[in-house]
Design a binder for this molecule. Structure first.
Ligand code: SF4
Ligand code: SF4
Length: 337
C-alpha cells in the first residue's frame, strides 16, 4: 500500500473509527504535564502544541507502579491470584521516533532470558502510530544516536504533519492491514511526499546537540577509575531521580511484598540508580557515594547495554536535560570523557 493522507480536521473521525476496536492513547495535558493517556473522543488540538511527552511512553507498557499478583495464606499453603494485564488492544498515536526506538531497546531486555510477561503482553497488544518531529527541541540529539527526527522504522504506521494534512505511511504489515480497513483516507500525491521529505531534512539539520560515539566504549573503560571526573560531574546532582523516571530507556525496578496478616500483594515500581538506596544490600552498599551512581548510569547506557545487547540505551530524546532541576547534561558528561 502506498502513502495515504488525511486532513487534520478529519483526524477526530479517523481516531473515532480506530476507537471502535482499540483503546486509543495519545498525548494530552494532565496535572500540568504532557503524557500519553486514553483518548476520550475530545478534540485533537495536541497537534498544535505537542513536542514530546514528559512522561515517556514506556509507562504504557511498564507502569511506574504495578501489582504483579496477590497472595493469601490458607491451610494448605499460599493461594496466588495472578494479575496479568488484560488483553485489550491499544493504539499509541503520536509516538515520536526517539521513543519508538526506545521501546525496541528495552524490548531486548524484557524479552531476554527472563521474559517479562507483563511488559510483553502489553507490547504484543499495541500498535504504534508514530508522528515525525518537524521541530526538534533544543535539547534533542537523536541524530547522533542514528535516529531521524522525521522518520521511523520502529512503528507500524508513520504520520508526518504536512500543514493541513497528515501524510500516512504504512511501515509494518500490521500497519498496512489496519490502514486497508480504514475509511476516510485518500491517496497522497507527490506534492505531500516532497513536502514530507523537505520537512524531514530540515528537522535533522536543526538538531544542534550531538554526542561523538567514535571509540566511546574504549574511552569509557579507560576513564572508569577517574574518580575526580565523576566527582566533578556529579557535584550538583541532587539525586532526585527525575532523569531516570523521564528516560524512555531506563528500566530498573524494585519489587516489594506488601503484607497484611495472612494476605498481601507483590508490587513492582520504578527504581532509580540515582537514589542512595539503589544497590543497598544487607551488609553494604557498593554505590553509596553519588559519583559512583552517576558513573553507573552512564556506563550502563553507553557501555554495558551495548556489550549485552548491541545497542546504546539512550535515544537522544533530551528529556533528562530538559527536566533536570540543576541542568545536568548527558551530552556534556559523555563529551567530557
Ligand atoms: S535529574 Fe538531575 S539532579 Fe535529579 S538525579 Fe538526575 S542528574 Fe541528578
Ligand atoms: S539518557 Fe536522557 S537523552 Fe538519553 S534516552 Fe534517557 S532521557 Fe533521553
Amino acid at each position: 500500500m502506498g502513502y495515504k493522507k488525511i486532513r487534520k480536521d478529519q483526524l477526530n473521525t479517523f481516531l473515532r473509527e480506530l476507537r471502535k476496536d482499540y483503546a486509543v492513547v495519545l498525548p494530552s495535558r494532565s496535572g500540568g504535564q504532557v503524557a500519553f493517556s486514553t483518548w476520550g473522543g475530545e478534540n485533537t488540538d495536541f497537534l498544535d502544541w505537542y513536542k514530546n511527552t514528559v512522561i515517556p511512553p514506556k509507562a504504557l507498557f511498564f507502569p511506574p507502579v504495578e501489582e504483579m499478583f496477590r497472595f493469601r495464606k490458607g491451610e494448605d499453603g499460599y493461594a496466588i491470584e495472578e494479575l496479568m494485564p488484560d488483553r485489550g488492544q491499544q493504539i499509541v498515536f503520536g509516538i515520536r521516533p526517539c521513543d519508538s526506538r526506545a521501546l525496541k531497546i528495552i524490548d531486548m531486555l524484557f524479552a531476554d532470558t527472563y521474559r517479562d510477561p507483563y511488559y510483553l503482553r502489553r507490547r504484543e497488544n499495541s500498535l504504534l502510530i508514530g508522528l515525525g518531529c518537524n521541530e526538534p527541541c533544543d535539547t534533542c540529539f537523536c541524530a547522533s544516536m542514528d535516529i531521524s527526527p522525521g522518520q521511523s522504522e520502529d512503528v507500524d504506521i508513520l504520520c508526518t504533519d504536512v500543514s493541513d494534512s497528515l501524510l500516512i505511511e504504512p511501515i509494518s504489515e500490521r500497519g498496512n492491514n489496519l490502514l486497508s480497513r480504514m475509511s476516510g483516507l485518500s491517496g497522497a500525491g507527490s506534492e505531500e511526499e516532497s513536502k514530507a521529505k523537505e520537512l524531514r531534512k530540515s528537522a535533522k539539520e536543526r538538531i544542534a546537540r550531538e554526542i561523538n560515539l567514535s571509540g566511546l566504549q574504549e574511552k569509557m573503560r579507560s576513564n572508569f577509575e577517574n574518580r575526580g571526573y565523576w566527582e566533578k560531574v556529579s557535584k550538583k546532582c541532587m539525586a532526585c531521580g527525575i532523569c531516570t523516571y523521564v528516560c524512555p530507556t531506563c528500566h530498573c525496578f524494585d519489587i516489594n511484598d506488601e503484607n497484611r496478616k495472612k494476605e498481601g500483594k507483590r508490587v513492582r515500581s520504578w527504581d532509580s540508580c540515582k537514589f542512595p538506596l539503589f544497590t543497598r544490600m544487607p551488609m553494604e552498599n557498593p554505590r553509596h557515594e553519588k559519583w559512583r551512581r552517576m558513573r553507573q548510569r552512564y556506563h550502563h547506557k553507553f557501555e554495558y547495554y551495548p556489550m549485552n545487547f548491541g545497542a546504546i540505551a539512550c535515544t537522544g530524546c533530551g528529556r533528562c536535560i530538559r527536566e533536570c532541576p540543576v541542568n545536568v547534561d548527558v551530552t556534556e558528561i559523555i563529551g567530557g570523557i
